[in-house]
Design a protein. Structure first.
Length: 196
């Protein structure tokens, strides 16, 4: 995890050129009386949806800077804006200073929670499901069905390899877990699947 001081140094490299807001089709060039750039497309999913600077990466970098410099306090509203980022990474790809903007967003999310702001309700629901002893997964599926796809020995103590499937493989993409187990069997690897 990046310290807030390191985050401040990384964020300081942002010159707010707004290149992160665009994807470029060919080389941008000026054209027409207004000399508008052509070949530039707004690319930030949350910026496109909300249409406000704060929802583009360039705005989130201003928010990050203000937060790190104690000019604004962490709040539910700030978290809403920061969580709107899909962390797709297109802004980082466009950044001429090669700033890992996704890392900044992820660290800022953690810092906001660490500052005492409650997680968003939609995220709290997922956290509650993971903590629920009868579920322990974000999909709201019964925990007892986690290994229903596997017909081998669970939690075999003397196995050389422990295969931890994870929630998505266990509940939503079982074909991947089954094929992986099949491959492990075919190549003769002594493995077990972890039940929890």
């Amino acid at each position: 995890m990046t310290s807030l001081e390191e985050l401040r140094k990384i964020n300081a490299r942002c010159i707010h050129c707004r290149a992160c807001q665009y994807a470029y089709a060919n080389e941008p060039d000026r054209e027409g009386e207004s000399e508008e750039f052509t070949g530039m497309l707004l690319s930030c999913p949350s910026g496109n949806i909300y249409g406000w600077e704060g929802y583009f990466n360039s705005g989130r970098m201003w928010i990050t800077r203000a937060f790190l410099n104690n000019e604004i306090e962490a709040s539910q509203e700030m978290l809403e804006v920061i969580e709107a980022c899909t962390t797709c990474g297109l802004c980082a790809e466009q950044c001429p200073n090669h700033i890992d903007t996704v890392d900044i967003i992820e660290e800022l999310r953690a810092a906001i929670i660490d500052a005492g702001v409650e997680p968003l309700s939609r995220h709290k629901v997922i956290g509650d499901r993971v903590e629920d002893q009868d579920l322990r997964n974000p999909y709201n599926d019964p925990r007892k069905e986690r290994t229903a796809w596997f017909d081998g020995v669970l939690d075999k103590k003397d196995a050389k390899v422990a295969y931890y499937v994870g929630c998505t493989g266990a509940y939503r993409q079982q074909h991947i877990a089954k094929h992986t187990a099949s491959i492990l069997n075919k190549v003769g690897i002594d493995f077990t699947v972890l039940s929890d």
